[in-house]
Write a protein that binds this ligand. Structure first.
Ligand SMILES: *Cc1c(COP(=O)(O)O)cnc(C)c1O
Length: 356
């Protein structure tokens, strides 16, 4: 830290992304990316013709992309906002809808960035404890008179709230924005996009990073009332109007054109998840009922940290969090069946070692 950093940032604790190893020796099951490549249509559309236009700014209104998303989700273009990864929407939303006065509430175990944005923007936030079975306690979010942020499915537990629970939360906070982060919804969750037509205070956030194999392109989107979207645009046009580059726009449009390919991949990942949960149970692990592209698991034979470290030294990368509330658990991204079989093979070896 330099002496020039202004006071309010000196104690800021930044978000720590999962490891992105420079050599790809690892079976990489640690940051919830898709194991499948982008569709052929995406590969074709990010063409040298597109690259040769990089001297020109992209469309700041992202009209073509927003039109395609509006078509896919059955809303109007003015109900769609797109951004440089959904992290940017979350950042803009904290800027737009949370403050010291407005406040915010989100679960104490959830996506780690909520707390970072809360600190960054000086928000008076509350972290509501999960129930002992890691479910979200809906009552903590009703009539709170604060901005509500919930990931559904939640991370890293994979557990979901029902649509009627979400609707109760939205209805009980008519004077506050409710942000539902649906980063993992395509893996078996239920989207609340339809509810945005009924409630002007609901903002649904999704990303291309997981189900659409585009973590490296950085593209997220939000769906909500015209008013909320125009608030986000005010922040965007005051920060970085060209927030989505030309190549990512082309890729994002092409991905919607090949939606069937991605939905088929999601089905495959769901199948592999169910297979993997069964295999893990046979190995003495207990898993939450995850509806995401990851498994949240705890062994009865080895600590979360030791399991993570031993797997890593054997070439398989998963995620472990030091937070004492979940330190017994690991989060394992669902890869291909072949990748998961390699995980089980290494796990069997590790458990045999531990028991001898
Ligand atoms: C991965 C993730 C994001 C961020 O996704 P990007 O679009 O890659 O920025 C947001 N929320 C949750 C819950 C996530 O897991």
């Amino acid at each position: 830290m330099s002496k020039f950093l202004i006071d309010k940032y000196q104690t800021l604790e930044a978000y720590v992304p999962g490891e992105q190893p420079k050599n790809m020796q690892y079976v990489k099951l640690n940051t919830n990316e898709s194991p499948y490549p982008p569709s052929q249509t995406v590969l074709d559309r990010v063409s040298s013709a597109e690259v040769s236009m990089l001297n020109l700014y992209p469309d700041p209104d992202c009209v073509n992309l927003r039109n395609k998303l509006a078509g896919l989700y059955g809303v109007e273009i003015d109900n769609v906002f797109v951004s440089n990864g959904s992290d940017e929407i979350l950042s803009f939303s904290f800027m737009a809808f949370c403050s010291e006065e407005t406040g915010a509430v989100f679960p104490n175990i959830s996506y780690g960035f909520y707390k970072v944005y809360g600190d960054l923007y000086g928000v008076d936030y509350t972290q509501a404890p999960l129930n002992s079975d890691f479910t979200v306690n809906v009552n903590d979010y009703k009539n709170v008179n604060k901005t509500v942020i919930i990931a559904n499915p939640n991370a890293p537990t994979g557990l979901t709230l029902s649509l009627s629970e979400i609707e109760d939360i939205v209805r009980s906070n008519p004077n506050n924005v409710v942000i539902i982060d649906e980063a993992y919804v395509d893996f078996g969750g239920e989207s609340c996009v339809e509810l945005t037509k009924k409630y002007g205070n609901l903002l649904v956030v999704q990303t291309y990073s997981k189900s659409r194999s585009m973590a490296g392109a950085r593209l997220g989107f939000a769906i909500g009332s015209k008013e909320l979207i125009s608030d986000l645009n005010r922040i965007k046009y005051s920060t970085n109007p060209y927030n989505i580059n030309r190549l990512t726009l082309a890729a994002g449009e092409a991905a919607i054109d090949s939606n069937d390919y991605y939905m088929a991949n999601c089905c495959e990942i769901i199948k592999t998840r169910e297979y993997s949960v069964k295999r893990l149970a046979e190995l003495g692990f207990s898993c939450t009922n995850s509806k995401a592209n990851f498994i949240f698991a705890k062994s009865d034979k080895i600590s979360g940290r030791d399991y993570y470290l031993k797997l890593k030294s054997n070439g398989v990368l998963i995620r472990h969090f030091d937070n004492p509330l979940i330190k017994d658990y690991v989060r394992i991204t669902v890869g291909t069946k072949e990748q998961m079989d390699r995980l089980f093979e290494e796990t069997e070896k590790i458990l045999a070692e531990v028991q001898s």
